[in-house]
Design a protein around this ligand. Structure first.
Ligand code: HEC
Length: 119
């Protein structure tokens, strides 16, 4: 009887671990700005270092709201917002990666008037 209970308890523990891993891989884990900073290296070519764009036809991302950024990135990925460049950029990226870069750019401190594209 006791042995059956031990087996039952062990099964419950294993199921619990599976649920936790499934939740993490489903993007439930909080976004990681530090990982996003690493991933943003490929974005810097156009959006500038720290998301301050030098090109006047590329938007600044630094200090933008997280909710706005992740909404745009998902829209680019799903194709509901069209931009030849951005659709291609985010297509191979996972939701977790998009959340990380959105978290990174949203945490870059900005001061009004610091855009390096301003003349
Ligand atoms: C080759 C240049 C290029 C690269 C590389 C690039 N972007 Fe963009 N991005 C653009 C342009 C151009 C736009 C404006 C798109 C439009 O006109 O709708 C844009 C728009 C955006 C927007 C919407 C901003 C807004 O104000 O609505 C976000 C968010 C964004 N990019 C994030 C990223 C991220 C994150 C990466 C890296 C994974 C990245 N971009 C890489 C050129 C680029």
């Amino acid at each position: 009887m006791r042995r059956k209970f031990a087996v039952f308890a062990a099964i419950l523990v294993v199921l619990g671990i599976i649920v936790v891993f499934a939740a993490a891989s489903a993007g439930v884990a909080p976004p990681d700005p530090a990982a996003g900073k690493v991933e943003s290296v490929m974005c810097a070519t156009c959006h500038g270092a720290d998301g301050m764009s030098a090109a006047t036809d590329v938007p600044n991302l630094a200090g933008q709201h997280y909710e706005y950024l992740i909404e745009q990135l998902i829209a680019f990925k799903e194709g509901t917002r069209r931009s030849g460049v951005m659709n291609e950029m985010v297509r191979p990226m996972s939701l977790a990666q998009l959340r990380n870069v959105a978290a990174y750019y949203s945490t870059v401190p900005v001061t009004v008037g610091t855009s390096n594209a301003r003349q």
